[in-house]
Design a protein around this ligand. Structure first.
Ligand code: ATP
Length: 298
């Protein structure tokens, strides 16, 4: 009996693993609000990462025929630097991130990483290099440790703890009845918005990617948590090629480059100081935000 049961149990275990993996992949896509649109031919080589320089060259894109979303978008993010994208709601900021992750292919132009067109490398190797800290992190109905290790499922517990410490969520986790094995979600502990962001941050720290996409949360946390998280993000972004989709200008003052999008066009670019000096769209957004108006309404 034992001989028969063991393989069946093992199969059950494997089935559960596969099923969970599938559910999670779906959730991840839901989280990115995307249906994968790209059909990839088999056998594409891995992305060969050298410095992680990203170039968008004359990129045009539309989700639906006849409704262009991006027009002739060109920029380079030199290796290890940060570019921040600002602009009103629907101006195309998140679309840039989706294209970089290759959920869609560009309609015209190209996106290259270290000179390699991302259409010519396999998407698994591409996404392996990119960490995403999304606006709203969806936590899986599983333990806190699982949710952090999602960035790198093979990570040892000690590495999970180190990442949690770096994201300053370790003390909160340790205070839970079952520590890292405490379940979150429907049947588990309630997690606040700030704690969720920290878990997402720990996930990204654990993944340790050379490229980072940070989709800033629109829902404001309290000022203190926000500053603390911002400091951690700045640390994470250091020496990584980073694309920030910004909703608050105050957080991107130090970005190496800022691009301002309007209806899918880049209308301005520069540093915070040079853009203020230009006294154009960015300066106007800055002024509005200084007076407490959300960018989305600008
Ligand atoms: P926000 O600040 O509100 O997040 P955004 O600048 O990030 O906006 P995008 O999400 O890039 O804007 O959207 C750009 C445009 O593309 C919008 O008009 C949006 O309605 C449209 N769009 C986004 N996703 C899809 C999709 N999956 N199918 C069709 N149109 C889409």
């Amino acid at each position: 009996v034992i001989q028969i049961c063991l393989p069946l149990n093992a199969l059950g275990f494997v089935y559960r693993e596969v099923r969970d993996a599938l559910i999670n992949a779906e959730k991840l896509l839901e989280l990115l609000r995307e249906k994968p649109d790209v059909v990839e031919p088999p056998g594409l080589p891995d992305l060969q990462l050298r410095k992680a320089e990203i170039t968008f060259e004359h990129v045009a894109f539309q989700y639906d025929p006849g409704r262009p979303i991006l027009h002739d978008v060109s920029f380079t993010i030199p290796a290890g630097t940060t570019i921040a994208v600002v602009g009103g709601s629907g101006s195309g900021k998140s679309t840039l991130a989706r294209l970089l992750l290759r959920f869609y292919d560009v309609g015209a132009g190209s996106i290259r990483i270290d000179g390699q067109d991302i259409r010519n490398v396999n998407t698994a190797s591409l996404r392996h290099m990119i960490g995403v800290v999304p606006q709203d992190t969806i936590l899986f109905n599983d333990t806190i440790a699982y949710n952090i290790a999602y960035g790198r499922p093979t990570a040892a517990r000690s590495e999970v703890i180190a990442a949690a410490k770096a994201a300053q969520i370790h003390d909160f986790i340790s205070a839970q009845p079952q520590g890292y094995d405490t379940p979150v979600g429907e049947r588990g502990v309630k997690i606040s918005g700030g704690e969720k962001q920290r878990i997402a941050l720990a996930r990204a720290i654990l993944k340790n990617p050379p490229i980072l996409i940070f989709d800033e949360a629109t829902s404001a946390l309290d000022l203190e948590s926000e500053r603390a998280i911002q400091a951690e993000l700045d640390r994470l972004a250091r020496n990584r090629t980073t694309l920030v989709i910004a909703h608050r200008l105050s957080t991107i003052v130090g970005a190496d480059q800022i691009i301002v999008m309007d209806h899918g066009h880049i209308v301005e670019r520069g540093t915070h100081a040079s853009l203020l000096q230009q006294n154009g769209a960015y300066a106007r957004l800055w002024y509005l935000q200084e007076h407490g108006l959300p960018l989305e309404k600008a």
